[in-house]
Ligand binder design. Structure first.
Ligand code: ZN
Ligand code: ZN
Length: 384
């Protein structure tokens, strides 16, 4: 048994640090070799000093309170445990792990029949398909129920038997030395892999697993409005579990392909249209393509500036599981003619002669025009 350090100091087990210190001082004054030459007193003094050394150290005291002796063999690292100090290993486990996983037989074998794993499949979708919604026909390579044994894993009418290695517990115990002293750990039985039973006469098709691998076609309904990275869950279309356990789910992840015209930002779409300088100056109506609504008229107001955008409300992507749509934002790229014939040049020269309030100027870097320009430059450099 462990030495009772509390009794040596004559204090209660719930004594405070102060009380322990006071008790030790009192005893030391009586027993110190300087004042008490009695050999018995010297022996007692040593014991009392040891008890104080242990109980004044929170770590060592904790070991004592758990039923151990921090100074017994194996304590070379300062406060280690020794198996000898304990009434039973179960106590240590209970103290440290709250009673979990204490001893053999405490846990049930996990059984041969297990739920199947979820599977993940990726599929490419065009922006158009994301907008409309689509049924994708996919080939899935997965585990399905063995049709020969219907998942039982046994051959004919043979039955599984209790595992001889673990006696049906599904796990085996090993005793290891650690800083806690001897520690018993459990691990799944290597023979039955935790099932607690084995199949002496396994199914000839699945080898006892209850499932076989198979390729099959599935139709995956993809709702309108999905976006890159989203996963559509198909319940119970994943792998059948070991022993014919219930199938997991199949997730189909959307890989959205870039579109030639539209750039997607959430439910909004962006496009760039080139507007001749004259149309920007005088105003015009142009026809642009949309993702779902065919050609749509877009009005460019007179005096449109480069970089301005027109918003076509509700002509973007459908919102997933909602009855509304994002917007289509048309960015206007105003094109200055590079080749003018003599008639056109003539007209522009005439226009030049007529203009009143137009002249070239250098803007301050803080001007509204420049801040918009610089913001766009920054955005383009940051890879947007
Ligand atoms: Zn076993
Ligand atoms: Zn089978």
């Amino acid at each position: 048994m462990a030495r009772d350090y509390y009794a040596l100091l004559g204090v209660a087990r719930n004594a405070t640090d102060q009380e322990i210190k006071r008790a030790y001082r009192k005893l030391a004054r009586e027993l110190h070799p300087d004042v008490n030459p009695d050999p018995e007193a010297q022996e007692k003094f040593r014991e009392v000093s040891t008890a104080y050394e242990v109980l004044a150290d929170p770590e060592k005291r904790r070991v004592v309170d758990l039923g151990g002796d921090p100074l017994e063999s194996g304590a070379g690292m300062g406060g280690g445990f020794s198996g000898a100090g304990f009434g039973g290993l179960g106590d240590v486990f209970e103290a440290f792990f709250g009673g979990m996983n204490t001893s053999a037989g405490g846990r049930k074998p996990r059984g041969r029949v297990q739920p199947g794993a979820d599977s993940l499949l990726r599929t490419r979708l065009s922006l158009q398909e994301c907008a409309v919604g689509v049924t994708k026909h996919l080939t899935v390579d997965t585990a399905i129920l063995c049709d020969l044994c219907q998942g039982s894993g046994t051959n004919g009418n043979s039955k599984p038997v209790r595992c001889e290695t673990c006696g049906g517990a599904g796990e085996v115990q090993t005793v290891q030395r650690s800083f806690l002293g001897q520690v018993m750990t459990s691990r799944p039985c290597p023979t039955c892999r935790g099932a607690g039973e084995t199949i002496p006469d396994p199914c000839r098709k699945c080898g006892g697993d209850g499932r076989v691998r198979s390729r099959r076609e599935i139709a995956a309904p993809i709702p309108a409005g999905v976006a890159n990275g989203m996963r559509v869950r198909l319940a119970a279309q994943g792998e059948v579990g070991p022993g014919g356990g219930p199938a997991g789910d199949l997730y189909v992840e959307i890989v959205e392909q870039p579109h030639d015209t539209f750039v997607r930002d959430g439910d909004d779409l962006h496009c760039t249209i080139r507007v001749p300088m004259v149309d920007a100056a005088l105003g015009a109506t142009v026809v642009i393509d949309t993702i779902l609504d065919g050609p749509v008229e877009l009005t460019i107001p007179a005096g449109t500036q480069p970089g301005e955008a027109s918003v076509l409300r509700g002509h973007g992507m459908p919102k997933l599981r909602a009855n509304s749509r994002g917007d289509l934002i048309a960015h206007l790229d105003i094109v200055v003619p590079t080749k003018l014939d003599s008639k056109q040049a003539d007209l522009l020269h005439k226009y030049k002669g007529m203009r009143v309030n137009e002249h070239t100027e250098v803007l301050s870097a803080q001007s509204e025009h420049n801040s918009g320009l610089f913001a766009r430059l920054r955005a383009s450099f940051s890879g947007r």
